[in-house]
Design a binder for this molecule. Structure first.
Ligand code: HMG
Length: 382
């Protein structure tokens, strides 16, 4: 059987960051609640010139060669921060990146879960066309609103994965199991800029879905937790992932790997569809204990709720495809004051009756939203 999986991983984070100690001070909350209680340090903040298109394109541009762009025949974007009810984000990104025209471009939605489905769709596509490559992007901006319960768990960013035959990072194993249950733990009605959340209920659903799906996975696959060198989970905030992992009665090695797998997430916050893959990237780039041939179990959870468990095997030489200076890159982000955060993150674009916005502020990022003209979002590539 053809080996299919993740050949490259790209990451885009906005240039701004809020330290959660600053948020705690402003909200009159003990900072330990955020740093120990939620196990989070900081959250990535976008200005109005950045959205899921610019972040997604930036993450993908980081990894794609001209040869890749000539070979990709499907672009899948998983997101729950859609910018249009009709046109897919993937179409904008396909255009901005200059991917060959005879490709499919679609957007998938199911809260934080959809990019995991995208990965499996990519694998199935390549199983039929081994010469093809599929670009899977998870791009989101998690905004809960000022003074909301979820405020310390906000974040923004995108992860791009190039899926191909004979991948150089991870080979996807054919062992996916899923669960769907119709619950109202977190959702966002069309008329609302922020999600509605039943916070405690959502944390219970996350863990119960994990436990029950893992039981199903064991029966289906015959594998036990000990068969895995590491477990990567959706990380809405790091403590949630730890509670989920502990519900599976992990070994000390799994807990050690877990702490390597949350390092990026702790500095970024929840990036919804990308959170699981940000954690995977953190594990792969930060762990010295992993080696080729090791299997990693992945848990994707999207409120509403759909979850999936699947595994992947590390390929020989995988480290050559990764970066070693991710923290140095993150340290270049501008730390915002509370005043700047409240202004920047919650700014909305004014649009006149003709559907035009003013020119938006300067932004040197690789891809930028410059204005809205005649109701059309205008992007610029630097
Ligand atoms: P809360 O009510 O503000 O916090 O909201 P809490 O009272 O539950 O405290 C949180 C933790 O801090 C607790 O730890 C406290 O004990 C501890 P735990 O007992 O759970 O281990 N704590 C302290 N620790 C040290 N020093 C202190 C201190 N004070 C308290 N002084 C909640 C927490 C998660 C509900 C809130 O942040 C929220 O609503 N977040 C958004 C929803 C969410 O992230 N849910 C996660 C599961 S659902 C999911 O993952 C899907 C999602 O990504 C969306 C999607 O799929 O699209 C969210």
């Amino acid at each position: 059987m053809t080996k299919i999986g993740i050949d490259k991983i790209g990451l885009a984070l906005p240039n701004y960051v809020l330290d959660l100690k600053d948020l705690a001070a402003a909200r009159g909350i003990d900072p330990n609640k955020y740093t120990i209680g939620l196990m989070q340090e900081a959250m990535a903040i976008t200005p109005v010139t950045q959205d899921i298109v610019t972040l997604g394109a930036q993450a993908a541009a980081q990894i794609l060669t001209e040869e890749d762009k000539a070979t990709i025949d499907m672009v899948i974007v998983g997101t729950e921060t859609g910018i249009d009810q009709s046109k897919a984000t993937a179409v904008y990104i396909h255009g901005l990146l200059g991917i060959q025209p005879f490709a499919r471009a679609i957007e998938l939605k199911e809260a934080c879960y959809s990019a995991a489905a995208g990965l499996e769709f990519a694998r199935n596509h390549i199983a039929n066309r081994p010469e093809a490559k599929v670009l899977v992007i998870a791009s989101d901006i998690a905004k809960y609103g000022l003074n909301s319960g979820g405020e310390p768990t906000q974040g923004a960013g995108a992860v791009a994965m190039l899926v191909s035959a004979n991948p150089r990072i991870l080979e996807l194993n054919w062992d996916n199991v899923y669960q769907t249950r119709d619950v109202m733990d977190f959702w966002r009605p069309n008329y609302s800029p922020y999600p509605k959340v039943d916070g405690r209920f959502s944390t219970e659903q996350y863990t119960d879905c994990l436990q029950t799906t893992f039981e199903h996975y064991r029966l289906q696959s015959g594998k036990e937790l000990d068969d895995f060198a590491a477990v990567c989970l959706h990380i809405p905030f790091a403590k949630q992932g730890l509670k989920g992992l502990r519900a599976l009665q992990p070994s000390p090695k799994h807990e050690e790997r877990f702490f390597e797998a949350i390092r990026y997430n702790q500095q970024v916050g929840n990036i919804y569809t990308g959170s699981l893959f940000l954690s995977l990237l953190s594990l792969l780039e930060q762990s010295k204990a992993l080696k080729a041939g090791d299997d990693i179990l992945l848990y994707s959870y999207g409120s509403g709720a759909v979850c999936e468990l699947f595994s992947a095997r590390l390929v020989s030489g995988y480290r050559d495809q990764l970066m070693t200076d991710r923290f140095e890159q993150m340290s270049k982000r501008q730390r915002l004051s509370m005043e700047q955060y409240e202004e920047l993150f919650f700014e909305t674009i004014p649009i006149d009756e003709m559907g035009n916005s003013p020119e938006l502020p300067e932004d040197n990022s690789p891809f930028v939203l410059t204005k809205i003209e005649n109701h059309q979002r205008i992007y610029h590539k630097h």
